[in-house]
Design a protein around this ligand. Structure first.
Ligand code: ASP
Ligand code: MG
Length: 406
């Protein structure tokens, strides 16, 4: 008998009809002999509604009470889904995070799971019950309610699957899997049958909308067999794997293309180059809680160097002002910026065993007359910064060059 954890996101349980539809499917699978643990999110829109209630009461709601509040969304869903299962003849049981001992640290609103006691869940399963667990929530060492960050129900599902050693963890969502790129930009984008957890993490901008990043990290750590599927249509979805890379000749070089608009680039020029410069420039940026992404420091000439880096476009003005103040402090020449840039990344474990992948990317962009402003690489990813207006063209031509269309 297989042991399965299934997770349904907010849209999948967004109405009474959808909760009933989920219950129908669960009963069917249960009757075919699957032991089922179901993790659910709050009904769609509910978490946001709760957050806006809090903001209407206070402009600085306490983090502890915020978690008490937002965790109620999931509690509603577990009860409703259990009732729907009762009507269909299963003696289902709902549990909040605390009731099945999902123990976390005490960092409210982004707590990390420390451990889960699977005993209660397993003993219910043995009695033929479908077990319904609230996603997104846990309790800290003092019994305070904590939550795991937006999208955290995915992590609950993976953690429960790891704790009870499930055969598979299935995440049902409103898309039918992970795609080679965003189909809105490339209509030929294809659903991937499988992708490695590593690639999935690097494809954050594609994957993050589908799975909470932390859930993939968690799955990787415990090697939880994880599958993303549509809750509205039947299909195999995308399986997240942990195998060694496929070194066969036909193995794809690239698994996907991720991109990010809404980036901005800043350069501080002519900084006297001595130990500590990068720290002096980037320290104040990080103190302002601005996330720096790609960083390049030029080889220095005549004791002066330039430092270029990218930040989210929303932080561009703040960053520019910060750097202008720094120019005087550090005796640098000036600051230049561009807030109309985008980042395009190709990702694939195939890069480890094949050479020339980056060059193929650069040639494709050159052929389309797209200027590369910055380059950064990791073991399985090459990212370039280009002009915002060339983003679509870049993604489409790379998708074709790397045979992702076929
Ligand atoms: N309900 C929470 C949220 O909206 C958790 C989740 O859906 O995974 O972020
Ligand atoms: Mg989600």
């Amino acid at each position: 008998m297989s042991l399965i954890v299934e997770k349904f996101g907010g849209t999948s349980v967004g109405t009474v009809e959808r909760i009933n539809a989920v219950a129908d499917k669960l009963i069917l699978k249960h009757s075919r002999g699957e032991k089922l643990v179901v993790v659910v999110s709050a009904m769609s829109g509910e978490t946001n509604r709760l957050i806006s209630l809090a903001n209407a009461i206070s402009d600085k709601p306490s983090a502890r009470e915020m978690d008490v509040l937002v965790s109620t969304g999931e509690q509603v869903t577990i009860a409703l889904l259990s009732m729907a299962l009762h009507r269909r003849g299963n003696d289902a049981r709902s549990y909040t995070g605390g009731q099945v001992s999902i123990r976390t640290d005490n960092v409210h609103s982004r707590a990390r799971i420390l451990d889960i006691d699977g005993e209660r869940i397993l003993s219910d399963l043995d009695k033929g019950r479908i077990v319904v667990v609230a996603g997104f929530q846990g309790v800290d060492g003092q019994g305070n309610i904590t939550t795991l960050g937006r999208g955290g129900s995915d992590t609950t599902a993976v953690a429960v699957a790891a704790a009870i050693k499930a055969d598979e963890c299935r995440i049902y969502t409103d898309v039918d899997g992970i795609y080679t790129t965003d189909p809105r930009v490339v209509p030929e984008a294809k659903r991937l049958d499988s992708i490695t957890a590593e690639e999935m993490l690097e494809l954050a901008s594609l994957g993050a909308k589908v799975l909470q990043t932390r859930s993939v990290e968690f799955a990787g750590k415990y090697k939880v067999p994880l599958r993303v599927l549509s809750s509205f249509e039947d299909g195999p979805g995308t399986l997240i794997t942990y195998e060694e890379e496929d070194t066969s000749m036909e193995a794809p070089l690239i698994s996907g293309i991720a991109f990010q608009r809404d980036e901005a680039k800043l350069t501080i020029r002519g900084i006297p180059d001595h130990p500590g410069v990068a720290h002096q420039v980037l320290g104040p940026i990080s103190d302002a809680h601005i996330n720096v992404d790609v960083i390049i420091q030029n080889a220095s000439a005549k004791g002066l160097t330039d430092l270029t880096f990218t930040v989210p476009r929303a932080d561009y003005q703040a960053c520019l002002e910060l750097l202008e103040r720094l120019v005087e402090e550090l005796g640098a020449r000036d600051v230049k910026g561009d807030d109309k840039i985008a980042k395009v990344s190709i990702v694939g474990v195939g890069m480890r065993s094949h050479t020339g992948v980056a060059n193929k990317m650069f040639k494709t962009l050159a052929d389309k007359d797209i200027n590369i402003q910055m380059i950064s690489t990791s073991e399985i990813k090459v990212s370039v910064i280009i002009d915002d207006s060339k983003l679509e063209l870049a993604v489409q031509s790379l998708h074709e060059t790397f045979d992702l269309d076929s």
